[in-house]
Design a protein around this ligand. Structure first.
Ligand SMILES: Cc1cc2nc3c(=O)[nH]c(=O)nc-3n(C[C@H](O)[C@H](O)[C@H](O)COP(=O)(O)O)c2cc1C
Ligand code: SF4
Ligand code: SF4
Length: 279
């Protein structure tokens, strides 16, 4: 008997938050349960050890980074204690592909001790771009999320006195395929790790918000133009700076972005939904 619906999300530019909370809220409505949100985007928010119980249903959302779960954040995902709670892994990707992101998230939550009822892959506006997956999740995605909540509720009711089977999702099983090989427009492999966000001093009013929002505490709170930690290009400082003062000028990063936009912005990937087997 489910008594609580919890949305847990890592979401620097908030598309995963939108998908995860919309699904969890809809589930809370259909199940008539209380609803909670746990944001794990910043290091301060990731200090807690999250514990769940058999009467919880957790919608766990994370974005796909280079075809996998964000590699510097997923070690935290592995510290969750499911204790038999139900879970719905949700991978959000920027209209290119989710590759092994969803299968990896499924495996992590299973290892954490969750019972997996369903999973979804959804599109969010690409972190690097304003035109790739622009405005996603949109009205049509939210409609699909409502249908997904109904489908999960029906699936749960079918499981009464039956055993939960495997939750099959697309992807290469463990040890997974390699990370997506990012290239520039000349198809040359690039390394965007060295690209760092720059600050337009004439726009920045030193409000400090970017340092607070950074998923890695990589921005110096005393001088927000300085990167003092590891930047994972999560986009929080760029897309959420109220002054639009942050930007990338790294040529390889910009060439990769242009390539992504040329190849993938004219098509529309749709949400994909998966349900566990019933035995
Ligand atoms: C470092 C990095 C790598 C990414 N790699 C992919 C990818 O392989 N495929 C894809 O479709 N989107 C990729 N994206 C885009 C994000 O998955 C997508 O924009 C997602 O909606 C961001 O979630 P958020 O708004 O919750 O931060 C990447 C984003 C970042 C920052
Ligand atoms: S959020 Fe924007 S305006 Fe505020 S300190 Fe950071 S760069 Fe400057
Ligand atoms: S500095 Fe890097 S890790 Fe921090 S918010 Fe900006 S893009 Fe994300």
């Amino acid at each position: 008997m489910i008594q609580r619906i919890v949305a847990v999300y890592f979401s620097p530019t908030r598309t995963t938050q939108t998908v995860t909370t919309a699904l969890a809220q809809q589930l809370a409505e259909t199940q008539g349960c209380p609803y909670e949100e746990i944001d794990i985007t910043t290091p301060a928010q990731r200090r807690a050890v999250l514990q769940f119980s058999e009467t919880d249903l957790v919608v766990f959302g994370a974005p796909v980074y280079i075809g996998r779960m964000p590699n510097l954040i997923s070690p935290y995902f592995k510290t969750l204690c499911g204790h038999g709670a139900w879970a719905v892994p949700v991978a959000v990707y920027g209209n290119r592909a989710y590759d092994d992101g969803l299968i990896e998230l499924r495996d992590i939550l299973e290892e954490d001790g969750f019972r997996l009822i369903a999973a979804g892959a959804f599109v969010g506006e690409h972190t690097f771009s304003r035109i790739l997956g622009a405005g996603r999740p949109d009205h049509k995605d939210l409609e699909c999320i409502r249908e997904f909540a109904t489908g999960i509720a029906q699936h749960l009711s079918l499981l009464t006195n039956r055993l939960v089977g495997k939750l099959n999702v697309p992807g290469t099983p463990y040890p997974y395929a390699g990370f997506y090989p990012a290239t520039d427009q000349q198809q040359k492999r690039i390394d965007i790790r060295k690209a760092l966000p720059q600050t337009n001093a004439s726009k920045c009013n030193r409000c400090g918000l970017c340092a607070t929002l950074c998923a890695m505490e990589a921005i110096d709170p005393n001088d927000c133009s300085q990167i003092i930690g590891k930047c994972i290009k999560c986009g929080a400082c760029l897309k959420r700076c109220p002054q639009g003062a942050k930007y990338f000028d790294d040529p390889q990063y910009l060439s990769h972005l242009q390539l992504l936009e040329e190849k993938f912005s004219s098509r529309r990937c749709e949400p994909e939904l998966f349900y566990c087997d019933i035995e």
